[in-house]
Design a protein around this ligand. Structure first.
Ligand code: ZN
Ligand code: ZN
Ligand code: ZN
Length: 767
């Protein structure tokens, strides 16, 4: 058979994930000649062999690619006859243009199967070495200080490789060829155990692991350094330890995540669907919110919550702890007090976590930037990201020629994230927290610098996109530092984020944006809006929830009673006495105060927020206290609805009539009050309320179809993290044969706003 020479291009996440050595080894196996190199498009390969060998080689590239790589496509650029095979065989050549760094930085990766095998093999030189890694696994973004991704520009620069590590690093046939964080017991970082408080009690390496496992078994809270920051860990089945952690963290009710030794350890406690198993074991290793299976674990882990956040081990240290006798279910919560960002520097952790942790397990490898655990869930059979951080960031969320010119979108205020568009890609930062917190705002500023520096964008020259709300810290930042700036309405950005994920620039949609709050075009607080249009044509508001009041502004967002006062107003004066009587028993003083605010107009805004409507129903069904975390009342209501009996699920939803322009909540609340008066359980009320909203969405879509022809319904906004609500909407929309899209890649909450802002700005002239 004659020889052929083919030039191939591989696109996707193919750099920093061991792709060139993989191609090199594959070329050796197939005995073909040529070369492989990284370039701006991904990886380019030239291969010389007979046609059938080349076919097999291309198939193998697609099928056998390293776990962390994502091959989008293998293109053939050229094909020619070849007369001879180059004597050099197959080689890895230097990158084409090092100055042009627009390739994706790999997110951090969980320890791979090969490394795990070595970790557990007594004869391996890295037996039980806590920082084992290779080109297929280990830290990436969390250790990179600058690009290109090379050891001197990572936090590993202080560790000089020993002769054995060095030899592996330079051997193209070795799994550690150019593995920047590679290390071993001889040359790499060590692990240290420190007891908090008086006296220095330091233990190292294997002793440190043993001491940690034993402290955890004994009910202690241990601060354990991970990839992107410190966790506070304790035995998840130890009621006293969990309670102590709550007290020390000032975290009264917000759920804790649990790390299980493996899937078998999680199985008895949460529903593990095939989709959930895939998500848990995938290379992103997020916390996955899964339905609890009965009350098998302390209720205090996630009170009044139908779901429990669980994850699998992802660093060698986690595996070594479980192998070494740590409890098989560990609470793993970010190490901080209430709303502060996660601690990630050692000195800072030792100081800030005084009084929180009984002991510390400190790895010597420094962390370059703080990365929280990501959070995902499965809704109506599909996975969705709720918090995008470790394992996801900063992989590009979208490629498009619309992102050639640099553009920086700054997101909103809560669950902040930023997105940089440059060189044809949109790079979303990790979750940065709530910007009202000073340290989170600091992290936001650092991340603007950081992300821009990575991609050679000057933050003082870049055009910035921000939320319409002028008081958000991100908006003020744009005002202060943006060379040019553009404000985008909050809920339009929510809908746009779904379209951007899919590169659906021209698809006409009907977009539903339901959430807690965002400033509307008319100065009121929006949160129950419908838009028609497309990314390129613009999105117009065509319908919304009938307005209620928001007495006390932000305070109403924390106090369901206050929210209720703002919405019950629609029922007229008779309602006030009724809801202060049994079975409602709303506290009269608090209610009276809120009503006074409404009547005087003092600190009171109009609102269409579906989030506050949820809070209202929560108040009417017994949630009378203040919330201790965002969305708490709605989460409780969803949990209640899921407890309803099979037979009650067929009950008619409450009426939530749509007149072509607004939904009216008065009949909904009236029917709900009657139901409660008639003795309906909280579960049944919550169920009928969820179903009322779901049917209302479908009815609005059907009603608007004639005047606003659309191809798809789009759902976005924090309210759609409610998986029961989404399941019911999907049911009603499918029943009406209406196709729909939701967020998959970026959060539907405010963590996804920056992508929507970026896409909208990129569609404007000059964008
Ligand atoms: Zn590995
Ligand atoms: Zn070494
Ligand atoms: Zn929002």
């Amino acid at each position: 058979m004659p020889l052929e020479r083919r030039r191939l291009r591989v696109t996707g996440t193919v750099q920093g994930v061991g792709f060139r050595p993989f191609v090199y080894r594959l070329a050796r196996v197939h005995a073909l000649a040529g070369w492989v190199r990284n370039d701006v498009h991904g990886v380019t390969i030239e291969a010389v062999a007979t046609a059938d060998v080349l076919e097999a080689f291309v198939r193998a590239i697609e099928v056998e690619a390293p776990a962390a790589a994502r091959v989008e496509a293998v293109f053939e650029l050229e094909r020619a006859q070849a007369h001879a095979v180059a004597p050099a065989g197959f080689v890895i050549v230097a990158s084409e243009d090092a100055a042009h760094v627009t390739t994706a930085i790999s997110p951090d990766l969980p320890v791979c199967e090969d490394c795990l095998r070595e970790l557990r093999n007594q004869d391996d030189r890295r037996y039980r070495y806590p920082f084992i890694n290779c080109t297929n696994c280990g830290p990436r973004y969390s250790i990179i200080e600058a690009l290109p991704y090379d050891r001197p520009l990572t936090t590993m620069r202080g560790f000089v490789m020993c002769a054995s590590c060095e030899a592996e690093y330079h051997d193209p046939l070795d799994r550690r060829f150019h593995a920047q964080p590679t290390a071993c017991e001889v040359c790499g970082p060590r692990l240290r155990f420190v007891v908090a408080g008086e006296g220095v009690d330091e233990r190292w390496d294997q002793d440190a692991l043993r001491a940690t496992a034993s402290a955890l078994r004994g009910g202690a809270v241990v601060a354990i350094k991970g990839l992107g920051g410190y966790h506070l860990a304790c035995d998840a089945r130890d009621v006293a330890a969990v309670a102590a952690l709550r007290v020390r963290k000032f975290r009264k009710e917000k759920p804790f995540a649990v790390m299980g030794r493996d899937l078998d350890a999680l199985e008895p406690h949460v529903e593990l669907s095939p989709a959930a198993r895939r998500l848990l074991s995938g290379s992103e290793r997020p916390i996955v919110l899964l339905a609890k299976r009965g009350d098998t674990l302390p209720a205090d882990l996630a009170p009044d919550n139908a779901a429990l956040g669980v994850m699998l081990p992802y660093t060698p240290v986690h595996h070594l702890l479980f192998d070494g006798g740590a409890p098989e279910l560990l609470v793993m919560t970010s190490a901080n007090r209430s709303s502060e960002p996660i601690a990630y520097r050692d000195d800072e952790a030792l100081e800030r976590l005084q009084g929180l942790a009984d002991a510390f397990l400190i790895g010597e490898r420094p962390i370059a930037r703080r990365l929280d655990d990501s959070v995902a869930l499965v809704v109506a059979g599909e996975s969705a990201v709720v918090r995008r951080a470790r394992g996801y960031a900063p992989a590009p969320v979208l490629r498009s020629e619309r992102f050639e010119q640099p553009l920086l979108a700054l997101g909103a205020e809560l669950k902040s994230s930023i997105t940089l568009g440059v060189g044809g890609s949109a790079y979303m930062s990790q979750h940065l927290g709530d910007l009202g917190d000073l340290e989170s705002y600091q992290a936001f500023r650092e991340t603007v610098q950081d992300l821009c520096a990575m991609y050679h964008v000057d933050p003082r020259q870049v055009r910035m996109v921000h939320d319409l709300h002028p008081a958000y810290a991100s908006s003020r930042f744009a005002e202060q530092f943006g060379a040019a700036r553009l404000a985008v309405q909050h809920h339009v950005a929510h809908v746009a984020s779904v379209l951007a994920e899919r590169g659906a620039w021209e698809v006409p949609v009907l977009g539903f944006a339901f959430d807690g709050a965002g400033l509307g075009d008319d100065g009121s607080v929006w949160g129950g809006e419908v838009f028609a249009g497309s990314l390129v044509g613009g999105l117009r508001r065509v319908a919304h929830v009938r307005q209620g009041y928001l007495p006390g502004g932000d305070a109403a967002a924390r106090t369901p009673i206050q929210a209720a006062a703002g919405w019950l107003e629609a029922l007229g004066d008779g309602v006030w006495e009724r809801v202060t009587q049994p079975p409602f028993d709303l506290p009269a003083a608090r209610l009276g105060f809120a009503r006074q605010l409404i009547h005087t107009g003092l600190n009171t805004l109009r609102t269409t927020s579906v989030g506050r409507l949820f809070d209202t129903v929560a108040a009417l069904t017994g949630f009378h206290r203040s919330m201790t975390f965002e969305g708490q009342a709605a989460i409780g209501l969803e949990a209640a609805a899921r407890r309803t009996s099979e037979s009650e699920r067929d009950l008619e939803p409450y009426p939530w009539p749509f007149d072509g322009r607004t939904w009216d909540h008065a009949p909904l609340l009236a029917a709900l009050l009657d139901d409660i008066d008639a003795g309906a359980s909280v579960a049944r009320v919550a169920w009928r309320f969820h179903d009322a909203l779901a049917r209302g969405v479908a009815e609005a879509a059907i009603s608007l179809r004639t005047d606003e022809p659309f191809e798809r319904v789009v759902l976005s906004g924090g309210v759609f993290q409610n998986s029961l609500l989404v399941e019911r909407i999907v049911l009603h929309l499918d029943g009406a044969d209406i196709p729909h899209w939701r967020n998959k890649v970026v959060p539907s909450n405010d963590g996804g706003i920056s992508l929507g802002q970026l896409a909208l700005a990129a569609c404007l002239p000059g964008g």
